[in-house]
Write a protein that binds this ligand. Sequence first.
Ligand code: IMP
Length: 430
Amino acid sequence: MPVVAVIGAQWGDEGKGRIVDLLASRARLVIRYSGGNNAGHTVINDLGAFKLHLMPSGIFDANTVNVIGHGVVINPEVLIGEIDHLQSKGISTAKLFISDRAHIIMPYHILQDQLQEQSRGDSKIGTTGRGIGPAYADKMDRIGIRAGDLMHEETLLGRLRIVLEEKNRLLTKLYGAQAFSLHDVYLKYLDFGRRLADHITEIHPIVHRALEKDIPILMEGAQGTLLDVDHGTYPYVTSSSPGAAGVCQGSGIAPSHLNSVIGVYKAFVSRVGGGPFPTEVDGAEADALRQIGTPWAEVGTTTGRLRRVGWFDAVLARYAAQINGIDTVAITKLDVLDNLPSIKICVGYKLHDAALDYPPSTIAVLEQVEPIYEELPGWQTPTSDIRDFQALPEEAQAYVARLCQLIGARLGIVSVGPSRDQTVFVSDVF
Ligand code: IMP
């Protein structure tokens, strides 16, 4: 049985949540492997519309086991809020397991993230302000608090005593902020531990038993490849590894067990926060892509910020496919292009007099590239009710086929609207 990863192949917000939600019913184990509540997946299904930040999307299927892997950083307050909300809608969270190795986002991480951003002025990254960067930094610095620590009073107190002293020095001396009280933080997080006690566990046996029994496993990505701390547009990236390599590190599944990588690409490109964006558009072109006023407008699920938008960038798309081994493509939001008379695809970059077919690693250089566009005719016909690829207007089929040709992977899924059934399955994906 396959182990399939669904990963974001652009700058996040590609619509991974709905693809995972669709495929989760075919999986028996869904593992979220990286990121934190900087992610926001809007899932619209028969049970309603849900904004999930930490919960794996398989939670809507009562038969599916859901795991939050150790590559994730967890804000326990947010997770408890999601558990409570789902339970209030009659959705069981009994099969949610949280790796005891996953790191916890502490209140000082959130404050540190926000103060760091303020102090960066014009060169700020545009983080979500959720404490993601400082939490991952502490993990690497070996001063993090892990989910398992919340279950052991003495361990938690001992670790917090050391860390908080260091953090308070930083926050008060460097930023002039107020110190955190050891007593208050300890009691609050001990309580979070109690609330999550039924879920926090060693995930190794769960994951490896599933592999031994050939249970279908879906690996749920968050963020996107171009936000990857190594492969993305550094420093305008997040602090984790959202790509296929992060799947293994964040879950304990070996690379050789991964059978397929589905890359989710929006039919155009969007990005929130700062950083280079070669195909960015503004004005009327941007308005057409943003779909403001609709429930699926290009506004960040987590922060409510207006997303920057632009034409499909096949240079970045192919790069994402190459570093992740993407074999199957899911194209989302095709219907957003329904009214356009013509559609541009960036097929290469011009840098001074040279042509480039890969993105330069230095942002100062990436900022100088000029997109080379190919223009395809639009279809100017609604596609939202279409469920069969052959029934799509010829121009829409040609657009999607061209994207896949440029990406270098086969087409698996096309989505033509926000709800679960507005999906065209083109090949067997799971
Ligand atoms: P951080 O992850 O909050 O540190 O933010 C770093 C960068 O990643 C910022 O540009 C954020 O806007 C971006 N980012 C983080 N998570 C997401 C996401 O889920 N979707 C889109 N952008 C994200």
